[in-house]
Design a protein around this ligand. Structure first.
Ligand code: GLU
Length: 310
């Protein structure tokens, strides 16, 4: 990964306090950026304006500074770039690759329960375990879509994934870390596993999947280093890059820091938050050691990832 043009990023959502898992991811990105002579960027993924707050954003920056992390450009705040995502969504709409999907969460649940009761088999689920969108309105006529939208019915813009995969050749991405099952190297993208994902909402012209792909391209990110919980989502990211004509970065999915019971840390996991550890008197070096990193921030990073994966 040594490359002076390398661009790394840490992209948290400021909707809670950073915990040890975030600290690990941020430190690894920062160390790798410094070791390669490349850049380290900070991006606030704050499209969910109901849950993201300026206070959490300030705390993210304070926690990173406490850990000895410095970012090389002003942080990018997604809420300030809605026009970039809207343009990408429009480009997909122009190719008929998105449609207004009107089924609410409750309607999806009822549809799935009815299917499972009647058919005696499970409705397909995505890699995160959520039922795939039934897509009953995927092929609605333009007239019907317009009528329902102008009636004020709630909807989300969803990707027509079957149509999308017909438009691009079989896709792979370059994985320098590993999947939860240990796969590495050229990974075949399987976007169909996710079904018709949400790419935009009525009031926000984007979703996590769309904005992460657009931003990584706009910011010239060459190396996406993030937790293995996002490994499978990369199939969708790779598909969106191909549809939008964006250069894919290299990916490195790292192991997650788990709690004492082997569970993924959450933003409400109070005692593993960086702030509470800091208040309890721990130093940045203590936190580096807790997540299995030695040395100083920005120090040699060569064996960090290999060591944690072995
Ligand atoms: N904002 C995402 C999160 O906090 C991370 C996005 C990414 O690294 O691709 O989980």
């Amino acid at each position: 990964m040594s490359n002076i043009d390398a661009v790394f990023r840490f992209a948290p959502s400021p909707n809670g306090e950073l915990h040890l898992g975030h600290a690990y991811s941020a430190l690894v990105n920062f160390d790798l950026a410094r070791a390669s002579g490349g850049k380290f960027l900070l991006r606030h993924e704050d499209i969910d304006t109901a849950r993201c707050t300026p206070t959490f954003e300030r705390q993210v920056e304070e926690d990173l500074a406490f850990l000895g992390i410095e970012w090389d450009e002003a942080p990018r705040r997604q809420s300030e770039h809605m026009h970039d995502y809207a343009a990408a969504l429009e480009a997909l709409a122009a190719e008929d690759l998105v449609y207004p999907a009107f089924m609410s969460r409750g309607e999806i649940r009822a549809h799935v329960e009815r299917f499972e009761a009647e058919e005696g088999r499970a409705w397909p689920r995505d890699p995160d375990g959520a039922p795939l969108y039934p897509g009953l309105d995927r092929h609605a006529s333009t007239g019907e879509r317009e009528r329902r939208m102008s009636d004020g019915e709630r909807f989300a813009w969803r990707l027509d994934v079957e149509r999308a995969i017909e438009m691009v050749p079989a896709l792979t991405w370059d994985e320098h870390g590993a999947s939860p099952l240990g796969e590495s190297g050229a990974i075949v993208a399987r976007p169909l596993e996710w079904g018709d994902v949400i790419l935009g909402r009525m009031d926000i012209p984007t979703s996590y999947h769309l904005s992460v792909v657009v931003d990584d391209a706009i910011q010239g990110v060459t190396d996406v280093v993030r937790g293995r919980d996002l490994f499978y989502a990369t199939s969708i990211h790779r598909l969106l890059q191909a549809l939008l004509g964006l250069t894919p970065p290299r990916y490195h999915h790292h192991p997650l820091i788990l709690d004492a019971d082997g569970r993924k840390l959450s933003k409400s996991a109070g005692d593993t938050s960086i702030r509470s550890l800091r208040k309890a008197g721990l130093t940045a070096e203590d936190i580096r050691r807790m997540v299995g990193l030695s040395g100083r921030p920005g120090g040699p990073a060569g064996d960090i990832l290999r060591r944690r994966e072995s």
